[in-house]
Design a protein around this ligand. Sequence first.
Ligand code: FAD
Length: 306
Amino acid sequence: MQIQENIILAPYTTFKIGGPAKYFCLAQSIADVQEAITFAKEKNLKIFVFGGGSNLLITDAGINGLVIKLDLQKLEFEDNLVKVGAGVNLAYLLNQSLEHGLTGLEFATGIPGTVGGAVRGNAGTYGQAMGDVTQNIQYLDEDYQLQNMSASEANFAYRHSIFKEKNYLILEVALKLQISDIEVAKNLVKERLAYRQNTQPNDPSAGCIFKNIAFEEAEIDALRNKGIEIDKFLANKKIPAAYLIEKAGLKGKTIGGAQVSEKHANYIINTGQAKAEDVLILTSFIKQQIRDKYGIQLIEEVQFVV
Ligand SMILES: Cc1cc2nc3c(=O)[nH]c(=O)nc-3n(C[C@H](O)[C@H](O)[C@H](O)COP(=O)(O)OP(=O)(O)OC[C@H]3O[C@@H](n4cnc5c(N)ncnc54)[C@H](O)[C@@H]3O)c2cc1C
């Protein structure tokens, strides 16, 4: 495996933003991952793992360490169980599962990135997420020892898992899917893709920049008094961050090459030459506006690697 030096990371992210990695490698096997770890230990480098780069904002200064881009492509079907390498593209997994007569991943329609990144962030939509289909996870622990854990040990919650708490490296995941009506599932996927195309920008971004905001029963009156049409959100008990940003009049707000999408207010897009700095300033501006207007503290869904 080749370990390269000074590799610009922007092309490896969906935001198309980010400076160089001091060292960079593409790990296509567990042996490659181990070789990369040994290299990092010898040089005393910090390690950062890349999946599809679809949930990341990389600083303009880049990453002063070793970036391991995981390219573990195992994909094995047995009845309704799937063993999948962390580097497999989520969209490819969804398509292959449907081809094997398996449903249950339709919630992943249109989510870019890899299985490893999706499990770490418990990626999802429509009230479902990776934790709902995960059975077992093979990973390297903080001492880079090979371990296994079941989904019940993985602390899955809204856009959260144990892999955000600890520096574990996911290698492979076993998923449990269902054998049910494939035509219904394929139609759902088609509809959801069309919906995304109509409601989300095509420009480079990292998806939703902020998490939606959970609220408690006790807060409802106060939120209503701030002008939030809270009744619309009672069913999900979450206020969409996009609703607040649009209501605050921030659609189209631009700093340098970073812009709040006109199509979906919770997306910051790179209009061409955006720097990480532009995104950071725009994000702080949005947070301050939403805090001042509604007393709500937005929390980033995108990981800012600064
Ligand atoms: C247009 C667009 C739409 C999106 N829509 C959605 C959506 O509907 N729902 C949703 O949840 N997300 C959505 N996202 C966000 C993003 O696609 C998901 O968070 C995705 O799961 C990230 O996976 P990735 O492989 O790209 O991770 P990366 O961005 O590469 O990495 C994210 C984090 O995971 C870590 N990581 C990656 N692989 C591993 C591994 N194998 N082991 C340990 N850590 C790892 C990285 O170090 C980093 O900390 C969207 C993004 C875009 C650009």
